[in-house]
Design a protein around this ligand. Structure first.
Ligand code: ADP
Length: 442
């Protein structure tokens, strides 16, 4: 067991990690930017150190500053949460070089999976179907045009190192391909310092389905069910649920077997997610996120497993508590992300509670939301016996949730829940755009 851990992140995920550590008797050291001095993770950690000014490039992304704090404060391990440096192989390597434990898979695996082209090839080797796409990077325009013509428009251009829904461009006809490849490549260089792009067939209105994996690097791979994240705005997830209303027993078996093979063959250690697109009866591998994800609480609700605790345990070399053969998934869980539309000071915060209701956040009355980081303020997650009752519970909890002082998307989430499309469970990733177009989300 370790006694002290550095939390290299902010917001709700930093709070979540601190809470898991408290239960494990691990002391936490938080880091914060000047803008986050009053943030909840700073109050909750055993110790907190300011690492720089507001821009994340000079604070939460400053690898050397983070490692210096970890060493000076006697930490033995570093947890980077989600976003920021959580999937940065160079940071993981630096952490390990400094003699600290990296809470995540090895830098080599992060490198391999972080490159979408290599990840696709690795998934294929393990028997998983991938979306039709160029087998490697696009360098030659004639080749790209030929591929797009053969697979049929629309196609989607993606950055090999992309993430967070950034760097993707959908192209509907050949005359627009070259221009869009150039733009995508320049955007990829700017955002990810890697101009490599590739092309995939663009599936119309597929479902986004992903599996929550926990693996100990020694042969144990547990799958804590799937999550359906098809409610997205501009490719960013808004509502996630587990299980998925669209996955059949037969498809589930194929997905789970393929995922198990992939993670076992990689000797993957830690928590991870494998993402698929589902098109009617077919599914295609999309990518692996080599870290914990924002939507992990829905899997925690249905499986009863504390994913952050398990992630820390396996990465520090302790035994995984979950027996992969005995994972039991119960009921239905749904998460609604609560996002800020404006900065401002929180007033009259009223948090719903009751059976099967969880609120993961860093808000408190009097806290001023700063404009420098992600707009997500909170996650409201519910659990109930089936989908219908989970929707009812989420609706009731969203109505009870009150956050004054700033504008949020609470009303919009309620509107989505109340549509017949969402209620039917039969929808794809275009749902949000369709609702916007039809005026439901005005
Ligand atoms: P990121 O890594 O930036 O999050 P992903 O590759 O995971 O990007 O894709 C994010 C979302 O973009 C998916 O959930 C889906 O909605 C959409 N998307 C990605 N690839 C395709 C595709 N080939 N066809 C249709 N939609 C896609």
């Amino acid at each position: 067991m370790i006694s002290r851990l550095l939390v290299a992140n902010r917001g709700e995920i930093a709070v979540r990690i601190i809470r898991a550590c408290r239960e494990m008797n691990i002391e936490t050291v938080a880091v914060y930017s000047v803008a986050d001095e009053k943030s909840l993770h700073v109050k909750l950690a055993d110790k907190a150190v300011c690492i720089g000014p507001a821009p994340s490039s000079r604070s939460y992304l400053d690898k050397n500053a983070l490692i210096t704090v970890a060493i000076k404060t006697g930490c033995e391990a570093v947890h980077a949460g989600v976003g920021f440096l959580s999937e940065n192989a160079d940071f993981a390597r630096k952490v390990q070089k400094a003699g600290l434990i990296w809470i995540g898979p090895s830098p080599e695996i992060i490198d391999l999976l972080g490159d979408k082209i290599q990840a696709r090839a690795t998934a294929q080797k393990n028997g998983l179907p991938v979306t039709p796409g160029t087998n490697g990077a696009v360098n030659d325009m004639e080749e790209a045009k030929l591929f797009a013509k053969n697979c049929g428009y629309p196609v989607i251009i993606k950055a090999a190192s992309g993430g967070g829904g950034k760097g993707m461009r959908i192209v509907y006809k050949e005359t627009e391909l070259e221009e869009n490849c150039k733009i995508a490549s320049a955007e990829a260089e700017k955002n990810f310092s890697d101009s490599t792009i590739y092309i995939e067939k663009y599936l119309e209105n597929p479902r986004h389905v992903e599996l929550q994996i926990l693996a100990d690097g020694k042969g144990k791979v547990a799958i804590l069910g799937e999550r359906d994240c098809s409610v997205q705005k501009n490719h960013q997830k808004l509502i996630e649920e587990s299980p998925s209303p669209s996955v059949t027993t037969e498809m589930r078996k194929k997905m789970y077997d393929g995922a198990r093979n992939l993670f076992a063959s990689l000797k993957y250690c830690g928590a991870g997610t494998i993402e698929f697109l589902v098109n009617k009866n077919d599914f295609y591998f999309m990518e692996v996120n080599a870290r914990v994800q924002v939507e992990h609480p829905v899997s925690e609700f249905v499986s009863g497993v504390d994913i952050i605790r398990e992630q820390i345990l396996v990465c520090i070399g302790e035994n995984m508590e979950t027996d992969p053969e005995k994972v039991e998934l119960k009921g239905w869980a749904i998460e609604a992300r609560i996002n800020a539309r404006t900065p401002g000071t929180i007033k009259n915060l009223e948090i719903p509670s009751g059976p099967g209701i969880r609120f993961d956040s860093f808000l408190y009355n009097g806290y001023t939301v700063v404009p420098f980081y992600d707009s997500m303020l909170a996650k409201l997650i519910v659990h109930n016996v089936n989908r219908e009752r989970a929707i009812k519970r989420l609706e009731s909890a969203l109505k009870e949730l009150r956050i004054d002082g700033i504008q949020t998307n609470i009303d919009e989430q309620l509107k989505i829940l109340n549509t017949k499309q969402f209620k039917s469970g039969n929808f794809g990733t275009s749902l949000y755009a369709e609702l916007e177009k039809s005026g439901v989300l005005k």
